[in-house]
Design a protein around this ligand. Structure first.
Ligand code: NAP
Ligand code: G4F
Length: 326
């Protein structure tokens, strides 16, 4: 039975990836941070087969200890401070976790792997946020990176460190440059979930409006459940590499709002949307759209869930949750 260690197991992608790997017959281990992490119960209830290890990406000795405890064949580094807006308020923390945390994990894996650094395969969760002020449309693996947030800068550091460890030590280290991916498990701070929850509550008469920032920003939104399969496929290749994972379609925040209200049959969505400058960012990423042809060609990966289906899935799940008082 192959064994995998996932950092960020309590997050959206960590949960989907753990489910996917269990389905593939893996023995799944996860890194859990904090002395009393409130999400431990969620992981234990949803995925009782998963073994949890204490550790923090900012503490390399804890990573070495977790690796010794589970001795994995594959490591998926998903842990990060991942909310872009928060990264301006906590730039140093974001740098430590999202940037330097990658170096800590790579070094821990290298030390653990000993004489054969390629014996432990490594996945790094890179991000389309690295393209920032985009220098090419659509964005591909070779597009010049121009990050626009402390989060984006930290991800660029982690991305190049991963490439550097591959080139310096022959590690089987791959980066997935994933474009935005969403689901009913998306954190409530991200715009899609904020909208799906608000629309569900407005539909049920529990709320009147939602307050947002920039409606013009455009994102290439896919379904998280599809994207974790691409992570796994990267680690099944003979040679490690970097891949863009995206749908190739872009939609504005306004279009997401329209689609969510239309799904519950509400006309005149403008009545329910207010603007607050608080949700604007010091520097915005205006438009992202990815070219995933390398992942199509080399990994045989393609997204299954489209934009309209994703919006409907998120709104419907939130309606059910609010109805049942979950
Ligand atoms: P998420 O839901 O925000 O999950 C982040 C995870 O990182 C959580 O499990 C969190 O644990 C963990 N974490 C935070 N600080 C940590 C630390 N100091 N040590 C160890 N773990 C720590 O993010 P996601 O959407 O699943 O994304 C997964 C990864 O993909 C992230 O690296 C993100 O930056 C990247 N990414 C995401 C997208 C996307 O659209 N979702 C796109 C591109 C790249 P707690 O629960 O304890 O806070
Ligand atoms: O949902 P968001 O916060 O996601 P963002 O900034 O694109 O970052 C996500 O995707 C990245 C991949 O490109 C990941 F690396 C990262 O970890 C994260 O998962 O914001 C999307 C857009 C932005 O342009 C933002 O300005 O929505 C705009 N927006 C408008 N009103 C808002 C709001 N965003 C949030 N969170 N809240 C608002 O009220």
């Amino acid at each position: 039975m192959p064994r995998a260690l996932i950092t960020g197991i309590t997050g959206q992608d960590g949960l989907y990836l753990a489910e996917f790997l269990l389905g593939q017959g893996y023995d799944v281990h996860g890194l859990l941070r904090g002395q009393n992490n409130p999400k431990r119960d969620l992981v234990e209830e949803l995925l009782p087969e998963v073994t949890l290890h204490n550790g923090d990406l900012t503490d390399m000795s804890s990573l070495i200890r977790a690796l010794r405890e589970c001795d994995p064949a594959e490591v998926y580094n998903l842990g990060a401070v991942s909310f872009v807006a928060y990264s301006w308020e906590n730039a140093a923390l974001t740098t430590d976790v999202t940037g330097k945390g990658v170096l800590n994990m790579l070094e821990a894996v290298r030390l653990h792997a000993g004489d054969d650094p390629s014996s432990v395969r490594f996945y790094q969760a890179s991000s389309s946020e690295m393209f920032g002020k985009v220098q090419e449309v659509p964005q591909r693996e070779t597009t010049l990176l121009w990050p626009r947030s402390p989060y984006g800068v930290a991800k660029v550091f982690g991305h190049y460190m991963t490439i550097n460890y591959r080139e310096s030590y022959g590690m089987h280290a791959s980066s997935g440059i994933l474009f935005n991916h969403e689901s009913p498990r998306r954190g409530q701070e991200f715009v899609t979930r904020k909208i799906s929850q608000a629309v569900a509550r407005i539909h049920l008469g529990l709320q009147d409006h939602v307050t947002l920032g920039n409606l013009d920003a455009e994102r290439d939104w896919g379904f998280a459940g599809d994207y974790v399969e691409a992570m796994w496929l990267m680690l099944q290749q003979d040679v490690a590499d970097d891949y863009v994972v995206a749908t190739g379609e872009t939609h504005s925040v306004r279009e997401f709002v329209q689609a969510a209200f239309a799904h519950v049959g509400i006309d005149g969505w403008e009545r329910h949307v207010r603007y607050d400058e608080r949700f604007m960012r010091p520097a915005e990423v205006d438009q992202l759209v990815g070219d995933a042809s390398k992942a199509h060609r080399q990994l045989g990966w393609k997204p299954k869930v489209g934009f309209a289906e994703l919006v409907a899935m998120m709104v419907d799940t939130d309606i059910d949750a609010f109805r049942t008082g979950w």
